[in-house]
Structure formats: C-alpha cells, structure tokens
Ligand binder design. Structure first.
Ligand code: G3P
Ligand code: MG
Length: 252
C-alpha cells in the first residue's frame, strides 16, 4: 500500500495513547484512546538491554518510571517491575512500560492504525528496524503500521527491509518541498511539527501521493485549522477533541 492510501482518511492518532488523560505510552492510555474515538495510536519504540522492544518516550526511565538508568541498560525482567503510572496519578500505579507485542495484541482485532515511532536518534539501537518489522509481520499487521522517526536513515532502512511498509518523516522546521524529499526516500507521509504546515503544501503533497500528519496538536482552534487544511491525520493528546471535530465536519 502506498502513501496515497493514507490520504483517503483523516486518521485520529492518539499521541502516546490518550496521554492527556492517562500516563503516556501505557496500556491504560492505549485502551482509553480507543474509547475516546482514536482511529490511530502513536507510540515510541525503544529496546531493553536484553533486546525486548518496549514503548517509552524518553531514553531514560527517570521521568515516567522513577529509575535513573537508561532503557538500553536495563533488562526487561527488571523494567517490568517498575511503576510507569504513579508519576501521572496514584490511580495508575499498576501501569507498566509495555512491550510492543502487548500493543499489537490489543490492536490486532481492531482497525486501528499504529504509528510506531522509532526513538533511535540518541541511542542508535542498531537493527531495531528489522526487529520491529519482523514482529509486525508475525502479527500480520504490516498494512496497518506506519513507522516514523526523526532518524531518516532509519526510514530508508525500513524500506530496504520491507518496501511495502509505510514510513513517515518526522521533522520540526520548514523543509523546502518536503514531498520531493519524501519521494526521494520512498516515504509515505510527512510527520511535520504543527507550525511547519501550510494548506498549499498539504494539497501539493497530496498531489504527489504524500500524506501530512502534523504533531502534536491539542487546542481546538489548532485542530480545526489543520483539519481545514485537509491533512490526512493529526497526532494529538486529545483524541476526543479531534473525534468530536471530525464528526461535526462530517455532518456539515
Ligand atoms: O510522532 C510525533 C511525536 O511523538 C514526535 O515527538 O517527542 O512526542 O515523540 P515526540
Ligand atoms: Mg513520539
């Protein structure tokens, strides 16, 4: 499936799950995102010392799991015992850092699109692309996966491994004709910071089969503005707000 398949729908990507309401990147956040009407989930993939693929944003466990070490230096058996929810609220004390397979299991009998962001800009996690793709393939979910990264070499590597897997280019600034860049690395989508999007660029990119999925868009007026630009998806901490807006626009 090429990028143009992404353009036919407005995907409501819950950023790190429903992270406005639950501790980010936990099963609670993913489940709640579905309840709030998300049609996609964005999450961050890293790797433990013993090679398990886990969903966590920071390279360090400090902020969300209270351990000063880096994810790459801790074995999964130990990581699995850490409380990844109390930092957000005591009512989430049972939440853990999930494995990628837990999310795949949760999503496999749904129509959810999963945006797996490879967090390999600081710690390189050599070979993580093949590991993620092989797990997704084992679940038979390649068609519903979009791999993104700020490390664009990694996106090229994904296409070398599995040309059919969809990729999204993460970036912050005003790239010149980013659809041309996307085509040059066979990417399917532009995961642009929300201020690096103009309506004429969205149209131009669509004409080249490239989707725009801006991040992280939370305020009602910003969501409305970007939906009005015709973007193909939005990454938000508030999938409920985006869901309500998309339903209103369907009716009008
Ligand atoms: O994928 C969109 C967004 O998650 C990228 O930034 O830091 O929230 O992972 P970050
Ligand atoms: Mg992310």
């Amino acid at each position: 499936m090429r990028g143009s398949a992404l353009i036919q729908q407005t995907i409501n990507f819950a950023h790190r799950g429903a992270s406005a309401y639950c501790p980010e990147n936990t099963i609670a956040a993913f489940r709640h995102a579905i309840e709030l009407g998300a049609t996609g989930i964005e999450t961050d993939v890293q790797r433990t010392k013993d090679g398990r693929l886990v969903l966590i944003h920071d390279e360090s466990l400090k902020r969300t799991a209270g351990d000063p070490r880096l994810v790459k230096d801790v074995e999964y058996g130990e990581l699995a015992g850490l409380d990844a929810g109390s930092w957000f609220s005591a009512s989430f004390a049972e939440e853990r850092v999930p494995l990628l397979e837990e999310l795949l299991e949760l999503a496999k009998n749904t129509e959810l699109i999963l945006n797996l962001e490879l967090k390999n800009g600081v710690v390189p996690y050599e070979g993580i692309e093949a590991e993620v793709i092989s797990m997704v393939q084992a679940y038979g979910m390649s068609e519903r996966i979009l791999i993104s990264s700020f490390n664009h070499y990694s996106l090229v590597q994904c296409k070398k491994i599995a040309p059919g897997i969809k990729t999204g280019i993460l970036y912050m600034e005003g790239l010149y004709q980013p659809w041309e860049y996307a085509k040059s690395i066979q990417a399917d989508a532009l995961h642009a910071y929300k201020f690096a999007v103009l309506p004429q660029w969205v149209q131009e990119a669509a004409g080249h089969g490239i989707a725009y999925h801006p991040f992280t868009v939370n305020e009602e007026n910003e969501l409305e503005r970007l939906v009005g630009f015709g973007v193909s998806g939005i990454i938000t901490d508030y999938p409920d707000r985006l869901n309500a807006l998309l339903r209103r626009s369907e009716r009008s």
